[in-house]
Design a protein around this ligand. Sequence first.
Ligand code: KG4
Ligand code: ZN
Length: 375
Amino acid sequence: MIILAVETSCDETAISLIETDSKVKPWNSEGLTFKILAHEVSSQIDVHREWGGVVPMLAKREHRKNLPEILARIMNNARLPDGQELGIKVDLIAVTYGPGLEPALWEGINFAKELSVKWQVPIVATDHMHGHMVSALLKLNVNGKSQIVNPEYEIQNIEFPVIALLISGAHTELVLLTSLNDFEILGRTRDDAVGEAFDKVARMMGLPYPGGPEISKLASKFHSGFTAVELPRPMIYSKDLDFSFSGLKTAVLYLIKKLGDLSEEQKIEIAYEFEQAVSDVLVKKTSDAINEHGAKSLLVGGGVIANKTIRQALSGLATKLGVNLYLPDQKFTGDNATMIGMAGFLRAKDTSNLLLPDTSTFEELKAKGNLALYK
Ligand code: KG4
Ligand code: ZN
């Protein structure tokens, strides 16, 4: 089966063309392998940077311009391993319909709908956060075959119940999974998302957007072993699994105001302590969720898991609790369409999720900015 996946929820325009292994049972995810025939992620960071964050209408404009260009390149680049052109017949289109910026999401949806009508193939509407979860399970198959053209991946088997920690620019959530298609949100942020807090703190320190990688770079320069800077760990001892990061962000703001012009050393200390505070809260809440639900595995997804300190802290937690840990490869931490294709494929297991042209469900497919795991 060949899947074309489209992702436009924020400031990345991404398309992937994926072929699932026809040798395995079509809808069985266990040990499922697939090949990436072609893929592209076009970042709009340079367009949004001068505004200090993502501007929805600019994102929309860029997606509209990028989508047809990327599709043309994808179809042109998709090749069989022997270099011959592939007679591509797409069987399924997976598209992100939420959560995200609605003007941006609409561009992907309308594009997918046009292709669906043109090719007469079904659409599966996919939740962006489901994609981030699946991204943690994608593993490159190194089986002696050439991995340069059409690299082969598998969706790793995972033992349930699973706790998923989702940390991105707009989300901070703990989710209980009893299968790769059954979710219960256990807790979420009451205000800012982790990535948002990273971006805002970076901005306060005069660093460019997106701030997460900038803070991360600064923090890694901290070597003195002692810092006089002390920041709060909001809600760390609250009895629920919710988070709050706006107080931490405000604490940084007050600190910066108090210190006045920051030296490079002070910036490094603030970045380091901020990262430690975030990491401590994420570890504590994730630990509580694993213990409360007797989870066998921990899975983490979203752009913030590119952060090395947080990766290490969660690895330590998994070892301590004796659970299996699944973290995405660095190339799958940020937004991409491969994760959407595979989440869509899992979703399409239930054929009632397939939307066909000229049906009412197809007409009703719309962008849902606040989608929370398909609800
Ligand atoms: O998942 P993602 O690419 O887009 C959303 O769906 O939001 O996440 C983007 C977020 C941004 O807030 C960015 O600053 C953050 O991920 N991020 C990081 C790092 N790399 C990206 N945060 C902390 N440390 C990093 N190394
Ligand atoms: Zn994302």
